[in-house]
Design a protein around this ligand. Structure first.
Ligand code: ADP
Length: 385
């Protein structure tokens, strides 16, 4: 019921955007609006011989939303995307588009019948076709004239309409990426799947391309999965983020949920820069030289890790808090990262603060921890770091 309501809302939004698109004319042109489709995975498994690439994945992407699939290399992200596209079959389980089975025990709908667009990391433009014809390539269901009109609109939306008659070799890496995006959105797919779409770009270009792509995705209203191994990118782009590990979905939620309440130590490491302090649970608290903290449900005697966000370490005047000494101060622009040796701890900790507040190397200080910046987890494999 809720899913249906979302779907109807998304469709209404699509139509409103379409009408607005006709009324307003932005200098770059607007992306053509699509009918967003819900995408669902139900208990999907995929084996390759002895390798279990997907281990019981259940996941829903509501219509018109962007889900970022985040995880380390080899955890199964691409396999899940390929299964959604229909270029790979699940070993078992079902894939549903708008509630209709497109892969499963009873049915297999081929890729070209799914209304799914793809933009892969190693996208290739045809060198012998003009840029316009590259974008028009997938529009086989239209007449040549209609295809070129649609392709030109998509090229204009990514800011490259003026290159329509040129050939791909004159484009920079970032421009090629834009053409690939234009090619992906030109057929107005209800679902768009993007595999590490920005990984080939340098940092500045990557940020600009990410922002532009997000704006285009919101305009088109397509339901989208973006695969990435970059947590910041996932949090920036996704309406929701699904964290994967070893073929399984570990946790899903919006960026703030995952940042504030990561499910385990690995998830916490993915979403923030942490100091990890070994601890043992005693009388319901995790005891460390930096203080004691709520045990997060762990039993007395358990080995634990107290994770302190770098921004939650307070540096005080000597004589207050736990005694410490500044080993090093690294300036990172507006902020500084201060490395501090703390009495009772084997390894130094890092404090992140305003550059103007950072004490000089060698300063004797006191250290305190903001309890709101602490997460306590069971040590991995029962062993503290
Ligand atoms: P990711 O995209 O997260 O890097 P993949 O989905 O590409 O991960 O791969 C998941 C696992 O499945 C890896 O161990 C990979 O080696 C394996 N795998 C993927 N495709 C194949 C294949 N065609 N044949 C055999 N093993 C595969």
């Amino acid at each position: 019921m809720a899913a249906m309501l979302e779907f109807l809302k998304a469709r209404t939004r699509s139509l409103t955007e379409a009408a607005n698109g006709l009324r307003r004319k932005s200098p770059r042109g607007k992306a053509a609006v699509t009918f967003a489709l819900a995408l669902g995975f139900e208990h999907v498994w995929r084996r390759y011989g002895d390798t279990l690439a997907l281990d019981d994945v259940t996941l829903d992407v509501p219509p018109g939303k962007v889900l970022c699939l985040l995880g380390p290399s080899g955890c199964g992200k691409t396999t899940l995307l390929r299964i959604a596209a229909g270029v790979e079959r699940p070993s078992s389980g079902r894939v549903l588009i708008d509630g209709e089975e497109v892969a499963g025990p009873d049915r297999f709908v081929p890729p070209e019948k799914r209304g799914v667009g793809l933009m892969f990391q190693d996208f290739a433009l045809f060198p012998h076709l003009t840029i316009l014809d590259n974008v028009a390539f997938g529009l086989k269901f239209l007449t040549r004239r209609e295809a070129r009109t649609e392709a030109l609109a998509a090229l204009e939306r990514v800011g490259l309409g003026h290159y329509a008659g040129e050939y791909p070799h004159i484009l920079s890496g970032g421009e090629q990426q834009r053409v690939a995006l234009a090619r992906a959105i030109a057929p107005r797919p209800g679902i768009l799947l993007m595999d590490e779409p920005f990984s080939g770009l340098d940092t500045r270009l990557r940020e600009a391309m990410r922002e532009d792509t997000l704006a285009i995705l919101h305009e088109t209203c397509a339901t989208c999965i973006v695969v990435t191994h970059d947590a910041e990118e996932a949090m920036r782009m996704g309406d929701s983020v699904a964290l994967m590990r070893k073929g399984r979905i570990v946790q899903t939620g919006d960026a703030l949920d995952l940042y504030r309440a990561p499910k385990d130590l690995d998830a916490a490491r993915t979403f923030s820069d942490l100091n990890e302090v070994p601890a043992r649970i005693e009388s319901g608290r995790a005891a460390t030289p930096l203080g004691t903290f709520k045990a997060n449900g762990l039993a007395d005697g358990a080995e634990a890790v107290v994770c302190v966000r770098q921004g939650g370490v307070r540096l005080l005047k000597a004589g207050k808090g736990v005694p410490g000494r500044v080993l090093d101060t690294r300036f990172l622009g507006d902020v500084a990262l201060v490395e501090v040796a703390v009495q009772g701890l084997d390894a130094p900790i890092l404090a992140r603060m305003r550059e103007s507040d950072a004490p000089a190397q060698g300063t004797e200080i006191g250290v305190a921890v903001d309890p709101g910046a602490v997460l306590v987890f069971a040590a991995l494999n029962g062993v503290s770091p």
